[in-house]
Write a protein that binds this ligand. Structure first.
Ligand code: DAT
Ligand code: MG
Length: 151
């Protein structure tokens, strides 16, 4: 497996509902490594850039308004296959159809309040990490438990 990094954001609904700790716990417990973390009041410009791929979709303006409405928690997680694995931990886009055991399946009911963002591919992860974090905000470190988590 290749050590990857992915961009994860706990959206404003997750922060307001007090789910930051619970959500971080899911990634920590899995065995991934936190390498970047900050609470951000997002600018409209950053939100529009982040969701640029959805610019033509009918939900785009509502999505941007939601993302900038209150602080979110931006994170970078590192680990073997973390990009695809995080998407599984997060669950399907619509929380109503997301499997129980996933973050969206356990805590959400509405597609417009689905709690969390995760990069959908390695290339997307790289560009989202560069969009949200400066190089010096990311910390490369070796958890002392790593020998008990990966061979
Ligand atoms: P994901 O967040 O699972 O990668 P996406 O990239 O297709 O999903 O969409 C980005 C966000 O836009 C999604 O988390 C919630 C919102 N969204 C997507 N489809 C929507 C829809 N049909 N109605 C309202 N919001 C939607
Ligand atoms: Mg997406």
């Amino acid at each position: 497996m290749v050590l990857e990094r992915t961009f994860i954001a706990i959206k404003p609904d997750g922060v307001q509902r007090g789910l930051v700790g619970e959500i971080i716990c899911r990634f920590e417990s899995k065995g991934f490594t936190l390498v970047g973390l900050k609470l951000v009041q997002v600018s409209r410009e950053l939100a529009e850039q982040h969701y640029g791929v959805h610019r033509e979709r009918p939900f785009f303006s509502g999505l941007v308004e939601f993302i900038i409405s209150a602080p979110l928690v931006a994170m970078v997680w590192e680990g073997d296959g973390v990009v695809a694995s995080a998407r599984k931990i997060i669950g399907a886009t619509n929380p109503l159809t997301a499997e129980p055991g996933t973050i969206r399946g356990d805590f959400g009911v509405n597609i417009g309040r689905n709690l969390i963002h995760g990069s959908d591919a390695i290339e997307t992860a790289n560009s989202e990490i560069a969009l949200w974090f400066l190089d010096e905000e990311l910390v490369s470190w070796q958890p002392s438990l790593s020998g008990w988590i990966r061979e």
